[in-house]
Design a protein around this ligand. Sequence first.
Ligand SMILES: [Zn+2]
Length: 238
Amino acid sequence: MKEKILKTLSQHFDGLMALIYPYFCVVCGEELNQKSEHFCFSCEEDLHFTYFEKYDDYSIADQVFWGRLKIENVYSLLYYEGPTSTREILHDIKYNEGTDLAHFMGRMMGNRLKSHPKYADINAIVPIPIHSKKEFSRGYNQSLLIANGVSEELGIPVVDALQRKTHDESQTRKSKDERYQNVKGKFALKEKKLQDYNHILIVDDVLTTGSTLEFASRAIFEGGGNVKVSLGTLAVAH
Ligand SMILES: [Zn+2]
């Protein structure tokens, strides 16, 4: 009886909260019913999924790193091009205090990674760090929030193994070459952080030229991290 009353009260409370703070779909802006998180049913169905978790051979995300360095597997949850939904998600995560959304998308990614044996032996998740000045102005590191969501689904820890060496300028206006130079040598492996692990997943929000993820991986190899490296991003540009 007591449980039933509590349940009824909590349902009323959720309803009341939705009246006071209604939630809206990230993509189409429709008001959400209580069962939906971040997306209405049809927008969630229409997300631009890559389905890389169903691939047995390589994907376009793997190809980004060919001839550059040895990466085990590269996973991306969504395509960046095409419908605008992916851009809306990334924008919300970066600029609209989308902390819950980042975590939710991380769980969505983790859930799909679980279904492929290629990722079964990963035993730590490493977020791409942002410089503390940027984290301070934004209030959070989106890669860490995504990593937390992945970690929750896979049941393996997030290890804060990388540090960014200097503050770099915003990359958005730079050409591919300039961007490459800009991130070169910007990461370092923290000492003894990865000694208990043998296959890690480095997590970031989006894969474009791959330079950030390449240099994060290099920092791990050059810093003596004796691990296999896979990469996971919410989106891939192709
Ligand atoms: Zn919608």
